[in-house]
Design a protein around this ligand. Structure first.
Ligand code: TYD
Ligand code: MG
Length: 459
């Protein structure tokens, strides 16, 4: 407990001192300092003290029965999966992504499907004219869907309109960066405007029970405020990822107050809009050739869903003593440095005079720690120019000690690899459940990275 502090208050001017003195330091009166017990309410505290004068908040028990919020399916299974089962009523969802990645397309498709299924849906576009949205809907074959459409940017106008009738079940705001609140100074897209507009729209969602979806552009140069400023305000944050030059897109939940954040939705952008990809492994593994060095297939896991991806490494020996480059696409560069260091320190392989390029095929971004072993296999294969068998997959986490650590969900990974025609798997020793579920797959288990490298090099 803190020691109660002694306070000396000048009886002439009210200033507070921590020790007694004969003369007040503030008003210079003599013999006015008197010791007082407890806190003294200065005029400032009296105005800013929040410990009284309010209404009582009802406190309830944590174990009281909870009411599950109602969910509305979007009609797109992959979107529902990322959301954890559909849009939650009275919630705010933010969908972020690079311009042109397909956010408007996805939401227009979801809006149209929900409207066709009988929900009331409003689509507010601040970026495109109503006719542009209409044309896009027609191109997508959804022109007949009963979606309420508006092109508007004033939050006051939008909320006045939405409040004038029964609240729509889904409201799409495309995009939050074009919205303008007249309560705040500044151009649309500035941090204060984005925040104020979002706050009003979220308040509408909570009060009226609509599911509000905000589109947020992410820009590298930061000229407009990105979705980051909104992440703590909304209930769910989805990121729409992918390379513009590639066909497919991944919808990832980064935050979800109503569900998990480990499920992803996979889509392919085609001429008729976004199509759902129920079996992503087949998509990421197209055009595999026999006997290519530096390529390994990794059975990644996204939530409960296995996705097979190809990891490619190119190792180029440098003649001169120039600093070699390390370049990574689709994986963590710090993690690559670690795997290279363990290969050097524990397995006697030298990459110090080699440039290393690592790529996850097809623009996929791997976050699963079990990728270490597949990356090591690709690197060793690239360095030694011995191909990894084309019918093999590899997964496992590498420790700094050079040990290969078991990873979760080995059975799921093996099952998916088996389904796609792989016959061999290289994995850590002692993975739970691997034996039973492997089925017809031939399993080779490794305890250390050194043993694994020996195996790859045929030693
Ligand atoms: P869009 O949804 O406008 O992106 P965002 O709202 O994230 O900025 O998507 C635009 C891109 O998608 C555009 O470059 C063209 C492509 N696209 C297709 O390939 N097929 C389609 O059917 C549609 C509607 C768009
Ligand atoms: Mg758009």
């Amino acid at each position: 407990m803190a020691k109660p502090q002694k306070r000396y208050v000048c009886q002439a001017c009210g200033s507070v001192a921590s020790r007694w003195s004969g003369q007040c330091g503030d008003c210079a009166e003599w013999n006015t300092l008197v010791q007082e017990a407890g806190a003294v309410a200065t005029p400032f505290q009296a105005r800013h003290n929040l410990q009284g004068g309010g209404q009582l908040v009802m406190l309830t028990q944590l174990d009281a029965p909870a009411v599950l919020p109602e969910r509305r399916t979007s009609g797109i299974a992959e979107l529902d999966r990322a959301l954890g089962g559909g849009f939650v009523e009275g919630s705010a969802t933010l969908i972020g992504g690079d311009p042109g990645i397909g956010k408007s397309t996805l939401l227009l498709q979801a809006a149209a499907r929900m409207a066709l299924a009988g929900s009331s849906v409003a689509y507010i576009s601040g970026e495109e004219a109503a006719d542009q949205v209409r044309l896009r809907a027609q191109r997508l074959g959804l022109g007949h869907a009963p979606v309420q459409l508006a092109a508007a940017t004033s939050v006051r106008d939008i909320l006045t309109t939405l409040s004038s009738g029964p609240p729509p079940e889904l409201v799409v705001i495309d995009s939050i960066q074009t919205m303008h609140s007249d309560l705040i100074e500044g151009a649309p897209g500035t941090v204060s405007q984005v925040r104020a507009s979002a706050q009003e729209l979220i308040r509408f969602a909570k009060e009226r029970g609509s599911a509000v979806v905000l589109v947020g552009h992410v820009t590298k140069d930061g000229t407009i405020a990105g979705p980051r400023v909104l992440e703590h305000m909304v209930d769910t944050v989805l990121a729409f990822e992918g390379e513009r030059s590639h066909q497919y897109r991944i919808l990832r939940a980064n935050k979800n107050r109503f569900g998990g954040t480990d499920e992803i939705g996979v889509f392919a952008m085609e001429t008729g809009g976004l199509t759902e990809v129920a079996n992503p492994s087949a998509l990421f593994l197209t055009n595999r050739e026999e006997g290519v060095t530096g390529a390994t297939v990794f059975p990644a896991l996204e939530g409960t869903r296995p996705v097979l991806v190809e990891i490619q490494a190119l190792v180029v020996r440098l003649a001169s003593g120039a600093t070699p480059r390390r370049s990574v696409v689709g994986w963590d560069s710090g993690r690559l440095a670690m795997v290279l260091a363990v290969l050097e320190a524990r397995c006697g392989l030298s990459f110090s005079s080699c440039e290393v390029y690592l790529n996850v095929a097809g623009g996929y971004r791997v976050q699963d720690p079990a990728a270490d072993l597949a990356v090591a296999a690709a690197l060793v294969s690239g360095l030694s120019e011995r191909p990894v068998p084309a019918d093999a997959v590899a997964f496992g986490e590498i420790a700094l000690s050079g040990e290969i650590r078991p990873v979760a969900h080995a059975a799921l990974r093996l099952k998916e690899a088996g389904k796609l025609g792989f016959e061999r798997a290289m994995l850590p020793t002692g993975v739970a459940g691997a034996k039973n579920e492997g089925g017809a797959m031939r399993l080779t288990e490794f305890r250390t990275l050194a043993r694994f490298v020996d195996h790859l090099l045929g030693r």
